[in-house]
Design a protein around this ligand. Structure first.
Ligand SMILES: [Zn+2]
Length: 186
C-alpha cells in the first residue's frame, strides 16, 4: 500500500553520488541540505540531485511481449524492456518514440500510458533515482525488430511466465506485477 512516509526515509545524495568537492569553488565543504540536495558551506552553492525521468515500452506481439537482454552495464545479461532516459526539452511520449527507434528501429504510433514506478540506476559509480513512466505499445505487423548494440538479443515472453529474478530493474518487476494484477495484458 502507498505510504507517503516511505518516500521520506533518510537518504543522503552525497552517499549516492560520492561527491566530495564543490563543483563551483573546489573546497571540501559539502553538506546535505535535503535527501536530494547538497549545499557548499564555503560558497553557498546549492545543487539538487533530482529524480530523473525515464520511459519504458511493453510491446505486445503475437509471440508475447518483447524483452531485451542488456548488452551493457548496469545489469549486463539481465532482461529489460526497451526504453531509457528522457532528454532535455523532450516529452515522455517523444522519449518513448526515440528510444524504441534507437533500440529496435521501429517507428511506433499507437501506445498508451500504464503507470509509473520508481527505480535506482547505478552507472559509473553514481546512483540516479529515476521515475520510469511505462507505456503499452501496440504491435504493428509492419514492425521488424532490429536490435541496436545496447541489446544482446531479443526474447518474446508470456507475461504470466516471466522469471522475475532475471529482470534487471525493480521498476520492471513492479510493472509486470501491476499488469498481471490488473489484467492489462491477457
Ligand atoms: Zn563551493
Amino acid at each position: 500500500m502507498f505510504s507517503y512516509f516511505e518516500t521520506k526515509k533518510r537518504l543522503n545524495m552525497l552517499n549516492y553520488t560520492n561527491f566530495k568537492f564543490c563543483p563551483n569553488c573546489g573546497r571540501e565543504t559539502l553538506s546535505i541540505l535535503e535527501q536530494n540536495a547538497m549545499v557548499c558551506n564555503s560558497c553557498g552553492l546549492k545543487y539538487f540531485h533530482n529524480t530523473a525521468a525515464a520511459v519504458g515500452g511493453i510491446i505486445t506481439t503475437p509471440k508475447g511481449i518483447v524483452l531485451a537482454e542488456r548488452a551493457c552495464e548496469p545489469s549486463k545479461g539481465m532482461l529489460d524492456i526497451p526504453g531509457g532516459f528522457a532528454n532535455y526539452n523532450e516529452s515522455l511520449e517523444n522519449a518513448l518514440r526515440r528510444e524504441l527507434f534507437e533500440e529496435l528501429h521501429i517507428q511506433i504510433t499507437r501506445f498508451r500510458y500504464i503507470a509509473s514506478f520508481p527505480n535506482e540506476y547505478t552507472y559509473a559509480g553514481v546512483t540516479y533515482f529515476t521515475i520510469d513512466s511505462m507505456f503499452l505499445v501496440e504491435w504493428d505487423p509492419m514492425f521488424t525488430l532490429t536490435p541496436s548494440d545496447e541489446i544482446a538479443r531479443i526474447q518474446f515472453a508470456d507475461i504470466k511466465n516471466i522469471d522475475f529474478d532475471k529482470l534487471a530493474f525493480s521498476s520492471t518487476r513492479k510493472l509486470f506485477a501491476y499488469i498481471i494484477e490488473n489484467g492489462i495484458i491477457r
